[in-house]
Design a protein around this ligand. Structure first.
Ligand SMILES: [Zn+2]
Length: 275
């Protein structure tokens, strides 16, 4: 036992059997989906060592154990795991799996610099999902792959409850963050956003960072994200209320600079540790 009292996890039930916990760092969400016989699907467990420990305690207290995991995209804050969460198979899209393996040293550096202390032997241990749905004994979980924010980004939609676990999209606190290494960052982002917007029956949206929204809020965020892309591509002034934090202003400046450059210039360097 440590002297320090371990904080308990707080998770909201956003739909029957679907729980969302929110970490302090970057307002990162973790989604827990209850399945058959105490099994659960765990999406993007995050972020600190203490928060993952609290998550494992929360699951144990409710008789839940992860039987499958999902990483929405190959950024370090979405690839975390701990021994206490067990040895469930952890899926991502095939492309995300490849990118995570290829970029592992940089991803590990992100963990070390931003959220140190994790057991790196269980970090980013992914299996490529080669089917359209996650194979597990629980509510249907449909994968929607695109390359908007990161290569091989995979949102998960639960048709029975209308919950969309969007990964790093559809946030109320973050502007769209296109993959600046992609050949057409804004075009790729629009394609991903179109895909999410085309899903029928979204009743709840869970962004990777930010707060959970209802059906109307999902539509509002999609419209706000398209409006941001329209403005940035037109070189217009942006009056987006999410552009209030320094690191998001910096990301916005990087995108603006990239769009102003000739097509064959390399993208400006990212800051280490950014989500
Ligand atoms: Zn990300």
């Amino acid at each position: 036992m440590t002297e320090r009292a371990a904080a308990d996890l707080v998770a909201d039930e956003v739909a029957p059997g679907v729980y969302v916990a929110t970490a302090q760092m970057y307002t990162t969400t973790t989604t827990i989906i209850a399945g058959a016989d105490g099994g659960c699907l765990l999406i993007d467990p995050a972020v600190s060592v203490d928060e993952l420990a609290a998550l494992a305690r929360w699951l144990r207290a409710r008789g839940l154990r992860p039987v499958a995991g999902w990483s929405t995209h190959p950024h370090w804050d979405h690839l975390l795991w701990s021994r206490e969460l067990g040895d469930a198979i952890r899926y991502a899209t095939p492309r995300a799996t490849e990118v995570a393996a290829r970029e592992l040293p940089g991803l590990i550096e992100g963990v070390r610099s931003s959220s140190p202390g994790h057991d790196l032997r269980v970090f980013a241990q992914l299996e490529p999902l080669r089917t359209a749905e996650i194979d597990w004994r629980g509510p249907r979980a449909v994968c929607l792959a695109h390359d908007a924010h990161a290569p091989g980004h995979g949102a998960v939609f639960l048709p029975e409850t209308g919950v969309l676990i969007a990964g790093d999209m559809c946030s109320d606190i973050e502007i769209p963050l296109p993959d600046l290494d992609a050949p057409d960052p804004c075009g790729g982002y629009r394609a991903g956003l179109d895909l999410l917007a085309s899903i029928p029956g979204v009743a709840v949206v869970v962004p990777g960072h930010g707060t959970v929204g209802d059906r109307a809020e999902f539509r509002r965020r999609v419209a706000a994200d398209f409006a941001y892309l329209d403005a940035v591509e037109a070189g217009a002034d942006i009056a987006d209320p999410r552009l209030t934090v320094d690191w998001l202003r910096a990301e916005h400046a990087r995108l603006t600079a990239l769009l102003a450059e000739p097509a064959d210039s390399p993208p400006p360097a990212a800051q280490p540790g950014e989500p």
